[in-house]
Design a protein around this ligand. Sequence first.
Ligand code: GDP
Length: 298
Amino acid sequence: DKYLSGLDRSKKSFGDRMRALSNNFHGIDDDLLEQIMVILLESDVGIHTAQKIVDAFESNGKHVKDYDSMLDYLISILYDFYDESSDEPIKINEEGPTVILMVGVNGSGKTTTSAKLIQYYKEQGKKVAVAAADTFRAGAIDQIDTWANRLGVPCIKGKMNQDPSSVLVDACRYAKENDVDILICDTAGRLQNKTNLMNELSKMHRVVQREIEGAPQEVWLVLDATTGQNGISQAKVFLEATDVTGIVLTKMDGTAKGGVVLAIRDLLHLPVRFLGLGEKPADLRPFDINAFLMGITK
Ligand code: GDP
């Protein structure tokens, strides 16, 4: 399966580590709890979240009699912990363009993810356009423009240092006039100070809203999985600055910190929408907690 082979590329995945739990099963004892705790911490779940998971595991596991049922039970604990039932499906505008704002710090993989999303939605038969509104990072505009050309979708561009919001206005108008289904907006997120970031993001929100009712339908914060717990504190600044609706976790191919998915869930209360598993447009997978946990038994 494409999804799992992608995760296989990670250095030592969460599933690899869980599979390596000693199968010398003596019940849910201190030794087992400690092994699980170590794996969670090595996977960058973070002490706060790891403790909650271990506590839940310890307190409901009386029925567990052998190694295999212990693994099933562990998966059920993690599944319940993630609790995908509280997630809304991705919002789609039936009346006009669906606008997706991509936010995040430089280097997180925002532009690459925007290119990946072009391909993803194109494959779903959608008419896609992209706004190159990251007008602050040198190279970002050319980078997304090149991908848009290769993937055969229109790119509405700004100039370096232009107000990103004005690019978004042009892009929204283009999208309305040309019956675009999905408008992906690669925006700038300068994190030098919180007030600036807040002002910029709220302005982008406002202008998009003015152009298209109900837009932006989605605001996805792009986080680099290799930054692990640090990424979470960075994320909190964005969450305070704007209404983020979901997370895209990039660079899951090169990291041993995949457990950060569970910390994101616990600390940010947002759905993880996609995983980035490489640098090419095809290296994107919709996040699926079942597939993620399947790695534990496969
Ligand atoms: P931006 O500044 O947030 O727009 O970041 P970029 O999209 O330019 O990405 C920064 C670097 O990370 C580039 O070298 C990308 O090729 C790389 N990158 C982005 N996503 C992934 C991913 O999922 N896996 C890997 N291995 N590299 C990635």
